[in-house]
Design a protein around this ligand. Structure first.
Ligand code: PMP
Length: 437
């Protein structure tokens, strides 16, 4: 497959845009480098690059595009918003409607505030927690990504509980020292951290279902114990559901059937993003009314946004949720993902390629290893070179995966059985080539 124009545009982009990309996860650095693919059009489950190559899309823009590209209902909503003016800097009725729908689907959110990205949503939940508790420290889990705000860009330590080390230059050690990172799916680290610093901890932040070191379910009882231990320490529970909300069912992890005792896993605050904007920029956070009352104009904690709750994003989000309420939507995505995973696993087994697949409804991750992946360390232990090789072989067969061994494959309402068959065939040919060396 030729990608001459992409290569040319990459050369040009690098002269103007740092690294040629506006988000590092779009670069191909983690899969051997070189020019990333420049796309020009998406329709349904497919998109086309600037060289007119066609791909089946499992990236779904890192999660938001759950209804496929250019879904007619979302397109119509965006066009309507454009005709009526895209931004007023005033309140609108649309914002109330989206807030109502989020609250109905995620009952722990008494009050909601819209922002422009998942990063902002997470960042503000931390501010609320700190303002409310008067404490500064945050506990997070190794490998969980919560956007690029200073506080949550702190690396995983490999021990049971390590004080934060900045994962990025430009983060003062004083900020990193307010973050404690502990392993996911294991309670000892959290227990130790809370024993040692509990009275200084404002919140424990977690992706209740992880999407950032593959798709990883919490072990039975993990979230329940996390909530209990956190509350006993007088700290708040923050769920980062930027990926997980509306991904597995119409609702979030908090209301997912996998967790029988929903009262026991109810968070105090929740951060949202991605799907709720239907492919336009959005974020939202919400939670208990008394906590949310900390935010201006009601309370002393400040958060604002020129673009926050803009009509285009909100109307696109409303349209997206409407599509997701159609009966059978999630069952169909799950059925397709199941077939796809079965096909991938059978083919990898046949060719002697170790492959662990973690699937949750219509999203899954592929790890080139022969052990289960339940935490970051195990995800790190998968073979990145093999993933990179697989990624390239699939790309050349017109299958677009996220360019990182840690990212998920996302099914959309637009994928078809034919897409699944084509993908399994491409994977089989790719595994065969890998096995041949
Ligand atoms: N939280 C989670 C769980 C995420 O996956 C992401 C983005 N991948 C973010 C927060 C940050 O969202 P955004 O990129 O919209 O700032």
């Amino acid at each position: 497959m030729q990608r001459i124009r992409s290569a040319q545009l990459y050369e040009e982009a690098q002269q103007h845009i740092v690294g040629g990309v506006n988000s590092p996860s779009r670069s191909f650095k983690a899969v051997g480098g070189g020019a990333p693919v420049f796309m020009k059009k998406g329709q349904g489950a497919r998109f086309w690059d600037v060289d007119d190559n066609q791909y089946i899309d499992y990236l779904a823009a890192f999660g938001p595009i759950i209804t496929g590209h250019a879904h007619p209902k979302i397109t119509e909503a965006i066009v309507r918003a454009a005709h009526d003016g895209t931004l007023y800097g005033t309140a609108t009725e649309h914002e109330i409607r989206l807030a109502e729908q989020l609250k109905a689907a995620i009952p722990s959110m008494d009050k909601v505030r819209f922002v422009n990205s998942g990063t902002e949503a997470v960042m503000t939940t931390i501010r609320v927690a700190r303002a409310f508790t008067g404490r500064n420290k945050i506990i997070k889990f190794a490998g969980c990504y919560h956007g690029h705000a200073d506080l949550v860009l702190v690396a995983a330590g490999s021990g049971p509980s390590t004080l934060g080390i900045p994962d990025s230059a430009g983060i003062p050690p004083s900020i990193a020292s307010e973050v404690i990172t502990v392993p996911f799916n294991e309670l000892d680290g959290l227990r130790l951290a809370l024993e040692r610093w509990g009275d200084q901890v404002a919140a424990v932040m977690v992706e209740p279902i992880v999407g950032n070191f593959g798709m990883v379910m919490p072990k039975p009882g993990f979230l329940e114990a996390l909530c209990k231990m956190t509350r006993e320490a007088g700290a708040l529970v923050i769920y980062d559901e930027v990926i997980s909300a509306f991904r597995f069912h119409y609702g979030s992890s908090q209301t997912f059937s996998a967790f029988p005792d929903q009262d026991a896993i109810r968070p105090d605050l929740t951060a949202l993003g991605k799907i709720i904007g239907g492919g336009l920029p959005i974020g939202a956070y919400g939670g208990r009314a008394d906590l949310m009352a900390m935010i201006a104009p009601l309370g002393p904690a400040y958060q604002a946004g020129t673009m926050a709750g803009n009509p285009a994003s909100v109307l696109a989000g409303l349209a997206c949720l409407e599509v997701l309420r159609e009966p059978g939507v999630y069952t169909r995505m799950e059925a397709m993902a199941t077939r796809l995973c079965e096909g991938l696993q059978a083919s990898a087994d046949k060719h002697g390629i170790p492959l662990t697949i973690n699937r949750i409804v219509g999203a899954f991750s592929t790890h080139f290893c022969d052990h289960p992946v339940t935490n970051y360390e195990e995800a790190q232990g998968s073979d990145g070179e093999q993933f990179a090789h697989f990624f390239r072989l699939m790309l050349d067969r017109g299958i677009y995966l996220a360019p990182s061994k840690y990212e998920a494959w996302f099914l959309t309402t637009a994928h078809t059985d034919a897409d699944i068959e084509e993908t399994v065939a491409a994977a089989d040919a790719s595994f065969q080539e890998m096995a041949a060396g």
